[in-house]
Design a protein around this ligand. Structure first.
Ligand code: E4P
Length: 217
């Protein structure tokens, strides 16, 4: 399973990258706004900076909701760097745009996916990635991980090449469950990745080893 970090914060991207396990980055307009990135030029420059920091797929989201607008935006985003993956919302115009991008050699990430039916449509249109939002499904009282299992089963059975990019991750356990469910990618907040490091017995064990090491130092 590939690890992407889900942020537009350059310090957090650097920290995840420095761990040596980072395969890519996802962003969205909310994450860009959180970093105070405003205006098309600043947004484009920010994507370029991220591409220069991380050698992996970088999702950059269109904000148009009509076909022509998405194509226009997506072409500009894709021109920033070969690693850019154009993120397109799961709506009717989005599916048409994903098909157009597929036919024209531009890779896509279909975002805001909340059902298996939506995932099938995105795969049929040729999306490189499909992003089911686990945390938001859990938040609404449904079972986000069940959707990952369902999409995995369908894609494997049908031979769809679209990668399952589990998104809206809330905690380390989500990451472990995504690995168990066969997600191809997990995009995570930095603290969820760092949470995987933690176990109290590791801390207790290390303290004892270091204490004992003093005896022969
Ligand atoms: C994925 O690409 C999305 O940007 C992200 O995972 C959404 O997560 P949230 O539900 O925490 O906003």
């Amino acid at each position: 399973m590939k690890f992407f970090v889900d942020t537009a914060n350059l310090q957090q991207i650097k920290e995840a990258h420095d761990l040596g396990i980072l395969d890519g980055v996802t962003t969205n307009p909310s994450l860009m706004a959180k970093e105070g990135i405003q205006g098309t030029d600043a947004v484009m420059q920010h994507y370029k900076t991220i591409c220069e920091m991380v050698d992996g797929d970088i999702s950059a989201e269109v904000v148009s909701v009509d076909f022509n607008g998405m194509i226009d935006e997506g072409k500009k985003l894709a021109a920033i760097h070969p690693n850019i993956v154009v993120k397109v919302p799961m709506i009717k115009e989005g599916i048409k745009a994903i098909k157009w991008f597929t036919d024209n050699g531009i890779r896509t990430n279909c975002t805001l996916v909340f059902s298996a039916g939506q995932a099938i449509l995105a795969a049929k249109a040729g999306a490189s990635y499909v992003s089911p939002f686990i945390g938001r499904i859990d938040d609404s009282g449904w079972d986000g991980m069940a959707l990952i299992h369902q999409i995995r089963q369908i894609f494997s059975l049908q031979g769809f090449q679209t990668e399952i990019l589990a998104a809206s991750i809330r905690n380390p356990n989500h990451i472990i469950q995504c690995a168990e469910a066969g997600a191809d990618v997990c995009t995570c907040p930095l603290d969820a990745i760092m949470g995987l490091l933690k176990h109290p017995l590791t801390d207790i064990g290390l303290a004892k080893f270091l204490e004992d090491a003093k005896k022969f130092a």
